[in-house]
Ligand binder design. Structure first.
Ligand code: 5CA
Ligand code: ZN
Length: 414
């Protein structure tokens, strides 16, 4: 499907810095070591409601990964999916008496618009689950042939993945079996379902049901794909057997990324599927995770409609560290707006403290697991001096604006 429109990213002087990122599998910050092109897959939306601040924050975190890699001279190949058929989408459409295809198209269009407004570099491939069904069905067939998948004996046509086929299952999330069972039940799995070899076995293919959309699955029979195999197949098809970063929110740590990695590794016979499993923290409101199911959403489009400059919103969203679960408050937004106005004013100053030092400082902070609070503090300090007239570098305001544009995605000058 179509991606959104990007924009020029300025080339900064000097050399970029290699990016280190937290990897959930190793549970530590480790250098990314991309061999060109750097490859990244980020789990995108299930389009049954508008883009909320949680989605935007996660997309922003991975946008910064891409910016750091580009600044270090790498070419980047970036893929993001749209889960444009899945239970929650079908349930919402049924609840509202709407055509699920139209619902998915509308919310995906709004997401693209929000991403563009936030100046998020578009993926090279923006791929829907539906358009990937032939490839998914083929790979599910391979898993079945290899004995890594099995058909449930209850006549539904449902096919499951046997987690015993993935010897390293569990390495990505590092959770106890008890915790895995809890998350599987909460996050789209069905550990209680009778007839499975292991309660943790995830669905690969759901046989056709009355009233549900279904596609020709060849030897699988009619049906639709499971969730984890969707991301595994899209990533393998467009990025190869091993990728640099698998990204998403930390609600995807288990079962989604664990199962995607297990599917991919059994299919390719190699691993790990991703050199880094990177997870953004959850944005919450009033003490709870912001989620469609809880209904406590702040929409990007609503804030845009209220006249909030997208760049102020961007600054507000990156003011906390990407990995921290954090609460969105009125103050978060207010501080973002104040910062946006102050930085714009500072970028128009006649001079400021050394631009080269500022650039080196910001690169250093971001290279250390995307320390945006640290980077923002450096720019705040620079802006204080520029506005107080205590800096002597006449080139600095231009370099400051280009640094903000290229590395943070925040455009200060019109
Ligand atoms: N379609 C699947 C991924 S394949 C999905 O999780 N869709 S989603 O619409 O629920 O979320 C889209 C992306 O935003 C995912 O990476 C998810 O981890 C992230 N996300 C969802 N809610 C939040 C939140 N409250 N804060 C931060 N990130 C979130
Ligand atoms: Zn995914």
């Amino acid at each position: 499907m179509d991606s959104w429109t990007g924009h020029e990213v300025p080339r900064l002087p000097g050399a970029g810095v290699p990016l280190a990122l937290f990897d959930s599998a190793r549970r530590s910050v480790a250098p990314t070591r991309p061999v060109d092109p750097a490859t990244m897959y980020v789990c995108g939306i299930t389009p049954y409601d508008a883009t909320h601040l949680g989605h935007a924050a996660t997309m922003l975190a991975f946008d910064l990964v891409q910016r750091m890699w580009r600044d270090a001279g790498h070419r980047v190949r970036y893929v993001q999916n749209v889960t444009d058929v899945d239970d929650p989408l079908l349930e919402r459409a049924a609840r509202d008496g709407e055509d699920w295809v139209v619902l998915a198209m509308r919310e995906t269009a709004l997401f693209r618009e929000d991403m563009e407004a936030l100046r998020i570099i578009p993926p090279d491939h923006y791929v829907g689950a539906v358009e990937s069904i032939p490839a998914i069905a083929e790979r599910v067939g391979v898993l079945l042939d290899r004995g890594a998948g099995y058909r449930l004996a209850d006549g539904t046509g449902d096919v499951y993945f046997d987690v015993a086929a993935a010897p390293r299952f569990g390495y990505e999330s590092n959770l106890s079996r008890e915790q895995m069972l809890v998350f599987a039940a909460e996050r789209g799995g069905d550990p209680q379902r009778p007839g499975k070899r292991d309660p943790l076995d995830p669905l690969l293919w759901r046989g056709a049901r009355d009233g549900e959309p279904a596609w020709d699955g060849g030897p699988l029979g009619p049906g639709r794909p499971g969730w984890h195999i969707e991301c595994a197949v899209i990533a393998l098809g467009l990025l190869g057997d091993r990728i640099d970063v698998q990204g998403g929110g930390n609600d995807l740590l288990f079962p989604h990324h664990e199962c995607s990695a297990a599917h991919a590794e059994v299919l390719t016979g190699t691993g790990p599927f991703a050199a880094h499993y990177a997870h953004a923290g959850m944005i919450g409101l009033n003490g709870e995770k912001m989620s469609k199911s809880r209904g406590n959403l702040v929409f990007v489009s609503r804030l845009r409609g209220d006249g909030v400059p997208p760049m102020a919103l961007r600054l507000a969203l990156i003011s906390g560290h990407y990995r921290a679960d954090r609460q969105w408050t009125d103050d978060t937004l207010k501080t973002g707006q104040q910062r946006w106005h102050r930085w714009r004013e500072a970028a128009r100053s006649a001079a400021g403290p050394s631009g080269a030092e500022l650039l080196a400082g910001v690169r250093g902070r971001l290279a250390d697991d995307l320390d945006t609070p640290g980077a923002l503090a450096l720019i705040d300090e620079w802006a204080d001096h520029a506005l107080a007239g205590t800096g002597a570098d006449p080139q600095a305001p231009t370099l400051m604006a280009e640094t903000c544009d290229a590395l943070l995605g925040v455009r200060l000058r019109d």
